[in-house]
Ligand binder design. Sequence first.
Ligand code: FAD
Length: 343
Amino acid sequence: MKEYDVIIVGAGPAGLRCAEILGQSDKKVLLLEKKTETGPKVCAGGITPKSLRLMDIPQYLFETEIRQASLVGPHSNTFSNHTKEPFLWIINRKTFGKWQQEKLEGTQVEVMNSALVTNIEKGYVEVNKSTKYGYQYLVGADGASSKVRRFLGLPVKKQLITYQYLIPTEGISNSLEIHVDNRYFRSGYAWIFPHKSYLTVGCLADPRHVSPQKLKTRFHSWLNKKGFDISHATYQSFPISYDYRGYRFGNILLAGEAAGLASGLTGEGIYEALASGEEAARLILDPGHVDKKMQVLLHYKKKQDNFLQLLHSAGPLRQTIFNLFIYLMNNKRFNRKATEGFS
Ligand SMILES: Cc1cc2nc3c(=O)[nH]c(=O)nc-3n(C[C@H](O)[C@H](O)[C@H](O)COP(=O)(O)OP(=O)(O)OC[C@H]3O[C@@H](n4cnc5c(N)ncnc54)[C@H](O)[C@@H]3O)c2cc1C
């Protein structure tokens, strides 16, 4: 059996960032990815400023720079933000993954694609039901349905269901829209994000509050009401896990959605994956490392979870909360407080 200091399961943003940091040391690292190609993932591709502060992401990876955003309420009441400087960037997950992987060239990190982890035991993992690889440390960066998380016996009770269409368009826009409406999405929302040659138009909600079938039906009536033509669009659906229950378990660490670190309120998970992947690596390199980025991330996640809980329990009052929120967003102080956790 081949032995490694660290085995990372999953080459999403969390696993790749973890590998990048470990690649700066002399640790022998194996990064296992079940897909044939690193990068592609169902995602709207929105990157907030905190990701840019964490990593020097080159400009060419941005498909669009967002300078205008509208938060649209149940009665088309709207809060709009228009700025000179961009405040959100849209990436293509395939090119972003490729760029992250290129950073591993010339390091001690071995990347293995088409490598599905089929079994995990104390001290080794089994790939494609055939080959065993030994580890000192194991990092579960294998996303919303993490096998490493299951091995640790941690359930996933808080998930979001998502549906999205990639609708071909001509001309690049730098404006995005978020739509909240209790009648369609309960505590969730719908989004319109502009990419280079298409729009991602999607929605998300917690299946404990609206069944997947109902959400799908309502999403289609909303698309119809908004006049979207989906006849040439690509349809996608994927869960988002936000059930955080810790990330350090002895010599096993979880990162990104495997740790349930995405936001239950917005579905944002790229920054959370990058930051936690980095922290997992730093803890492996130095067990005394103070994980400041995780602490800040968890602080804002808790705030978002509390607001989400309020929305979940508000019943028909949810519509009023959305209206009030949109109204208050025009207040500078409230706006700054409300957006600081996202940016
Ligand atoms: C519709 C939708 C829209 C979204 N939009 C945004 C957005 O605009 N902005 C944002 O920040 N976030 C968004 N997200 C969330 C974001 O995509 C995720 O939170 C993020 O990709 C999590 O990164 P990760 O590295 O933890 O996991 P992933 O990106 O899911 O990567 C996990 C990797 O592990 C691999 N893997 C899984 N199991 C195994 C196994 N057994 N063996 C080997 N490999 C395995 C997978 O193939 C995958 O490559 C969106 C999600 C969805 C579903």
